[in-house]
Design a protein around this ligand. Structure first.
Ligand code: MOS
Length: 704
């Protein structure tokens, strides 16, 4: 199936958050801090208030009232625990310190620059060598999914003694930005004090609805979130950020619809990032390649105003069998904005380290890296103590070897060249857990022969519209063109969250059940018969609603998706230019609902992984603590010219233990392992082992 929303997107009729036309709208522009640590001594708005078109200027001195949220994920969840404009303290560069409201965007922006702020500043914490680390706390409370990444089994030191070979290496990653194509933006529209409509890109409209209700002392029913299209989120659009909370609060005071759009520079501090990480892996192995022990220590950084640990070690007990395992996570505080979920949070940097180390081991043992992985596959999740359901990791590796044309003989460093450039091949494993939540869906079969599918779910570019339509088309046996999908509105039945790669596994079983419910209502077995019945009955529609949620299966099985990446790179050593030339990924994700959008998801993730490997880095000035990145020219990510043809193959069986559709998710898995595959290929090409991301030319030039 082609993308259901494709035409709307390429012709510009898809309406994004900031594009909704609301009569009487006024514009807000954020005032942000120019220091990274300290406090505001004075803030003078006198000149700015006299500037043309200015309606109001809000600072911490006249902040609007906002209720403290529970912020526990169940009742409410905001990204930054500190409410906007709480006091005069500055915790990070770019922190929001005020909002100017004016009749036009230009007037608001101009006036924002006329506000005079006097600070007293102190040296910011931004140097990993100068901050103190402590054990990472559990995020979001002990009951939540994101437990601290601590685990131990077996006897590590004993096993290390028994090993024939050890390696110990430290791998780092840079601070990365989600940098979605659609900037963060919001329109808040109050009608009186008790009816709020929010137009805002949101990966979880029902969650946002609850959160705004709590922040502004409303019932859920008094809040509506509308987000039919999202231009990418990658974890940064799951909950309200401070600018949005402030926008809603000020719009209520003014009783005017208010729009706030973040500039790219403002997004750098106020819309999330992936923390830089430092991971040390020690691995002990027998001469025959059997892993005995893995010790994995990960360090990441959070913000003074909230706790987020980049959970790098979570994946280690799931990936390879080793009877002696230890994982630890440490956290330190930087004067930066709040880090948060970014596509495969934890799994992406975690596999960068683990899959680089596996390649280092393979060279040390003189074993093929595919063989080493096959030899150490685990059929048990070693932390959950549960068997994996429908796992086809070894098939991913074998199919990859065949289709890529992987080495038939032992590989040798610097053994391939073409047109004066060194050529290298590298591979890595890929994995991501499969999650599923609760969803409710309503399907209406209409007398004109079309059907509507209604649910609050979201499509952030993932293909949700398409697979929902495809599923309804399959069950009702109606052409897919006759299925209308209405999503991205909290007033529709609760469709769950587009996060953790769970939307498809959450939604598809509910869509199936709701379609079956329609047929049941009509007491017919096909939509054609039901339509005949509908025409004679004189009803407008036959409607069916159904919910689906996980059951006890999670106590019997561990659900996880698997993959393998194979790539070729070229390195022009004279100018240290590294290019990715060829890519093959083999993925095992349960049932593939629609090969075209599924492969597109995997390709997108690999492209993001190429950016992570080669160029993405949000650096901070070491003295000022301010980001040196402020737009899409200073934050480099992969463009078309950086991306080769990417071939994606799916293997394995539907995972019916997981849900009736047999589908797992694939939003995030594609990025995991990409950077390691590239670094492993660079080593093969050049003999240089790069352990610090991104692999910029300066690192390729250094002899190591
Ligand atoms: Mo994702 S990082 O769960 O949007």
């Amino acid at each position: 199936m082609n993308r259901k929303d494709g035409t709307a997107k390429v012709t510009g009729t898809a309406t994004y958050g900031a594009e909704h036309q609301i009569a009487g709208l006024v514009h807000g522009y954020l005032i942000t801090a120019n220091i990274a640590s300290g406090k505001i001594v004075s803030i003078n708005t006198e000149t700015a208030l006299k500037s043309p078109g200015v309606i109001k200027i809000i600072t911490h001195e006249n902040r609007p009232s906002i209720a403290e949220p529970t912020n526990n994920f169940m009742d409410s969840k905001i990204y930054e625990a500190r409410l906007p404009l709480s006091d005069n303290q500055i915790h990070y560069g770019g922190q929001i310190i005020g909002l100017v409201v004016a009749e036009t965007f230009e007037q608001a922006r101009h006036a924002a620059h006329l506000v005079e702020v006097e600070y007293s500043s102190q040296p910011p914490d931004i140097d990993p060598e100068q901050v103190e680390f402590s054990d990472a706390p559990s995020m979001f409370g002990e009951d939540m999914t994101f437990k601290k990444g601590e685990f131990e089994t077996g006897d590590l030191s004993d096993a290390m003694d028994q090993a024939d070979i050890h390696i110990t290496a430290t791998y780092t990653t840079a601070t990365e930005l989600q940098a979605p194509m659609e900037p963060h933006a919001i329109i808040a529209h109050w009608e009186g004090n008790n009816a709020l409509t929010v137009y805002e890109p949101s990966q979880w409209v029902v969650g946002s609805q609850q959160t705004y209700a709590e922040l502004f002392d409303l019932s859920k029913e008094q809040v509506r979130i509308i987000t039919p299209f999202i231009g990418g989120g990658f974890g940064s659009k799951a909950f309200p950020w401070s600018h949005a909370i402030l926008c809603v609060a000020v719009a209520r005071e003014l009783q005017r619809p208010l729009k706030v759009v973040l500039s790219r520079r403002q997004m750098t501090a106020n819309a999330g990032h992936r923390s830089q990480t430092e991971q040390t892996l020690s691995i002990g192995v027998k001469n025959d390649g059997t892993l005995l022990a893995i010790d994995h220590l990960a360090k990441s950084f959070t913000s003074p105003v909230d706790v987020f640990t980049e959970p790098c070690t979570g994946i280690t007990p799931a990936m390879y069998r080793a009877d002696n395992l230890r994982t630890r996570q440490e956290l330190a505080v930087f004067n930066v904005g709040v880090p948060t979920f970014m596509r495969a949070p934890g799994e992406n940097p975690g596999l960068w380290a683990l899959e680089s180390a596996m390649d280092e081991l393979a060279w040390a043992l003189d074993i093929d890296p595919v063989e080493l992985r096959l030899k150490n596959e685990t059929h048990q999740h070693q932390q959950k103590n549960l068997p994996f359901s429908a796992k086809a990791f070894s098939e991913c590796l074998r199919v990859g070897v065949k289709e890529f044309g992987w080495f038939q003989e032992p590989r040798q460093v610097r053994s391939m060249s073409r047109d004066g450039q060194q050529i290298g091949w590298g591979m890595s494993a890929s994995t991501f857990p499969a999650l599923r939540g609760m969803a409710t869906v309503t399907v209406r079969l209409l007398a004109d022969g079309s059907a509507e599918v209604l649910t609050s779910a979201n499509d952030m570019g993932t293909g949700c519209y398409t697979i929902v339509a495809g599923t309804a088309s399959e069950i009702l046996q109606l052409p897919v063109e006759q299925i209308q999908v209405k999503i991205g509105d909290s007033s529709l039945p609760n469709g769950g969250m587009a996060g953790g790669s769970q939307m498809t596994a959450t939604l598809v079983p509910a869509v199936m059940s709701a379609c079956q419910e329609v047929l049941k209502q009509a007491q017919k077995s096909t939509a054609i018969e039901a339509l005949e019945y509908l025409k004679t009955s004189g009803q407008e529609a036959i409607e069916g609603t159904a919910s689906s949620s996980p059951g006890e299966e999670g106590q019997k099985w561990a659900f996880q998706s698997w993959g393998a990446h194979f790539c070729e790179v070229s390195v022009d050593e004279e100018i240290a230019r590294l290019r990715v030339k060829r890519w093959l990924s083999v993925m095992n994700v349960g049932r593939v609902m629609n090969p075209k959008t599924a492969a597109s998801q995997v390709r997108g993730a690999i492209i993001m992984g190429i950016g992570h490997a080669l160029m993405e880095n949000c650096d901070f000035d070491p003295y000022l603590g301010l980001p040196t990145v402020y737009d899409l020219a200073t934050y480099h990510y992969a463009t078309h010219a950086d991306v080769p043809r990417i071939e994606v193959i799916f293997v394995g069986e539907p995972d019916y233990n997981f849900n009736p559709a047999g589908v797992r998710g694939l939003g995030e898995i594609g990025i995991t392992g990409v950077s390691a595959a590239i670094a492993n290929a660079v080593y093969h090409a050049t003999g240089k082992r790069i352990r610090d991301l991104p692999m910029t030319p300066d690192k390729l030039m250094i002899n190591n």
